[in-house]
Design a binder for this molecule. Sequence first.
Ligand code: NI
Length: 169
Amino acid sequence: MGEPLLLEKAAPITEFNTPELHALIQDMRDTMAALSGAGLAAPQIGVSLRLVIFGGFDSPRYPDAASIPDTVLINPVLTPLDNEKDEAWEGCLSVPGMRGLVPRYTGLRYTGFDAMGIALDRTVQGFHARVVQHECDHLDGILYPMRIQDLRNFGYNEVLFPNLPVEPD
Ligand code: NI
């Protein structure tokens, strides 16, 4: 947080299945695994392109995440199912050591493309919908603290959740 590129609107990807794209995705996978993230957006590793990855892991940080398939999502379009939102605690690898209470749409349809350019179309709920909204916000220069309604619900992990083990973010 504080890096200007994280506040930019990222550019669409125009060519699929290229060595450069596969290398970028591998770099993102390695970074996400090393940091035990729920997902990662390309701008978080300094590449301002509309590409996010999420799911397909068993993270000690996110016990609810097991049901999210391993996903590469390019040029995403998000459409909330209705106006219903709920709040939950989020963290971000670009805002290490902190958590904030963030409202998100509870149900969501998302479309986009995978690394090969094959279309993706899913309708999801709950934690899956939350992760997609968080990651895709990175493509529009939005970090989760900008979505917190009441900044009293923002703080350090070890202060907010003293009984949990220190997490590696
Ligand atoms: Ni993030």
